[in-house]
Every structure is written in C-alpha cells, then in structure tokens.
Design a protein around this ligand. Structure first.
Ligand SMILES: Nc1ncnc2c1ncn2[C@@H]1O[C@H](COP(=O)(O)OP(=O)(O)O)[C@@H](O)[C@H]1O
Ligand SMILES: [Mg+2]
Length: 264
C-alpha cells in the first residue's frame, strides 16, 4: 500500500522527555498496545529492571482487565483527588511490576485539561526516579493527551500491524509528533506479523512514508509475530510470559525488552 500525504496542522509546544519513560502508542486502536505494554514491562521486570506500568489510556482502562486485577486505587484518584502517583502504584506479585491502573468510563479522565495533563506529566517524572523503566500504555487516537504523554517520554514505541488503517494512523501519529517538535525517540514495533519477513515489509512501508514526507526514518525496534497464545493468555487474564513462556510472541517481546533494558 501507499501512504498518502495530506494537509499540515499547527505544531504545539514540546516537553522535556523523562529519561527512563517509554510510551506505547499507535494511532489506531486494537493493534496490541496494552498487551505489548504489559508483556514488555513483564519482560523488563524478568530482566531485573525495576519497572512500573501506567495505564495511560485515559477513560478506557484496560491493563487491569488484561491482568484480572481489581485495583483499590487508580488514576481517577490521582487526577481527581490529587493522590500522588506513587501512592497509586500497586505491586503485582505474579509479574513483579508496580501497576498504576486506569479507570474506565470517567469523563474527567477522558477530557483532561491541559493543566491536569501537565500535572500528570510531572507526576510521571517524579515517579520515574523510583524505577529503572516506566512504561505508559497510551490510548488510541492522535489527540492532545496521547501526543503530550508520548512527548513526555524519552522513547515512544509506535505499534502497527500490516493493515492499511493501522499503518496510516501510525504515520499520522509520527507526523504530528514531529510537527509538535516532540523530543521523544520514535521507534516502530510491528505487531501480529505473519512472519518476521512480513513484519519487516510492513515496517518498510511505514519507514518509506516517513522518509519521503517527514525526512526522518524511525528505526524498527522489533517484530512480534501473530500468535494464538496471545489471545488465549488475555482471555485467561494471565500474562503471556507466565502462561506461555517460550511462545513465539513471548520470545519476540523478550528480544525487544533486551534492547530496552540496555538502551538509555
Ligand atoms: N501478537 C499478537 N498475536 C495475536 N493476537 C494479538 C497479538 N497482539 C495483540 N493481539 C490481539 O489483539 C487484541 C487487542 O489488543 P490490545 O492490547 O487490547 O490492543 P490496543 O491496546 O492497541 O487497543 C488482543 O485482545 C489480542 O487478541
Ligand atoms: Mg489498549
């Protein structure tokens, strides 16, 4: 497929990135951001990295659902009642992660004001001092909260699959981040690929559009293969690395985690 260039939008202010924060974004929903965030965070914890996972899909919490948690404190408490982010971090024994859960169906989270978004960003910066890595699972779309939180992180993983809509949306997100002047290091993860070679082909389509229209080429961080065990683990609400260690998707995510554990 070809990605077509369209109109430009006005840039917004850039933010100084948090060095050990990694945002997971995609533009399109349903490409595996939440699953990848959980599994990557788990793999980083298995590598001995103190890791926190923040459900940053404001208003549509999913991390707790995929893991079968019932958090007694969550982001709505943090953002509505000024509870410090660190207090909302709950240790998840099976993975060793500290998880900051979101809350679904809360309009005040879905439509966060610029001031509260900034205070959330500062909260993440404060929290990040306690961890080696902080992963932020972002919501779908290319709206302000998504771009703000991506820009706040040193790295943004843009997740795509081989569907044209997913590629187009990933490109749109990268383009907007560039126009915003975001300092985050964007890299690409191709998820649910039929094979590594197919995943690399998908990456090249996106990379070519970025190269042609944006004069930048985000690197490929990794390809995660399509694996029926992912759905099985999610349905069971058990992390993939616990339920199906050694599966194709588990090994692919572990390879990415190795990289993220080393890279600054
Ligand atoms: N590598 C994969 N192989 C097979 N299915 C996958 C894979 N990654 C994700 N999925 C499927 O995609 C669905 C959506 O994943 P999710 O993490 O909720 O996406 P998002 O957060 O981007 O909306 C999952 O429920 C799972 O069934
Ligand atoms: Mg999600």
């Amino acid at each position: 497929m070809m990605i077509q260039e369209t109109r430009r939008t006005a840039p917004t202010a850039a933010t100084a990135p948090i060095t050990n924060a990694i945002a997971v974004a995609s533009g399109k929903g349903g490409v595996g951001k939440t699953w990848l965030s959980i599994t990557l965070a788990h793999a980083l914890a298995n590598l001995g990295r103190r890791t926190a996972l923040i459900d940053g899909d404001l208003g549509l919490a999913n991390v707790d659902i995929q893991l079968g948690l019932s958090p007694d404190i969550d982001l709505a408490d943090v953002l509505d009642n000024d509870v410090p982010l660190a207090q909302a971090a709950q240790r998840h024994q099976p993975t060793g992660l500290d998880i900051i859960a979101g809350r679904s169906g809360v309009a005040s989270l879905a439509t966060l004001s610029a001031a509260r978004l900034a205070s959330f960003g500062r909260g993440i910066a404060d929290l990040s001092g306690r961890y080696d890595r902080v992963l932020v699972d972002l919501g779908a779309g290319v709206e302000r909260p998504v771009r703000y939180l991506a820009a706040a992180a040193q790295r943004t993983l843009v997740v795509t699959n081989d569907e044209p809509t997913s590629l187009t949306d990933a490109y749109a997100l990268i383009k907007l981040l560039m126009q915003d002047g975001a300092k985050t290091k964007v890299s690409v993860v191709v998820n649910a690929a039929a094979s590594r070679a197919e995943g690399e082909r998908t990456y090249k389509t996106l990379a070519k559009a970025c190269d042609t229209f944006l004069k930048m080429t985000p690197p490929l961080l990794g390809v995660v293969r399509r694996d029926a065990k992912v759905r099985d683990a999610i349905r069971a609400q058990v992390p993939l690395l616990t339920r199906h260690p050694g599966s194709d998707a588990a090994r692919d995510v572990e390879a990415i985690a190795q990289h993220l554990a080393q890279a600054s």
